[in-house]
Design a protein. Sequence first.
Length: 158
Amino acid sequence: MTILSGNARGIHIDMKRIRQDLTEEYRAPGAYCQDYDSFRRIFRFVERGLQRSGSSAYIILLTLTDRNGDFIPLEDRERYMDVLRRIIQRSVRTGDVFTQYSSCQFLLMVLDASRENALQIGQRIQEEFQALTPEGPAICLEHDISPLRPVGEEDEEA
């Protein structure tokens, strides 16, 4: 057993309190839902880390439209967005994060994923949404993906 000096003991207690404060009290299963500003900070942090880690990450934009590609009626948006939020929450891993980007869009960030994985995630969410919405083609869910690039690396799609 190590005996800590008074100062070291105080620092140890501080660290314990900090860890308790930072740790989630309850970790909901599925993806980590955040407001857009928090999502943006997480995105920038991950983007910085890609340069060092060599891993990959993708963002997936999910957009609800009507069959003509227009926004769905305002009175229906909340209901469909709630359905989509629940699908995303349970369909994406705990280590991934998502946010509501607009009144008809969600943005996901999936970590340690290939382009194929990101496409499959978008397709899986799209298929589950279609299965849960009996309106069929009247309400459409489209998705698009884009890789995160290490800070300072040019975006090929710009």
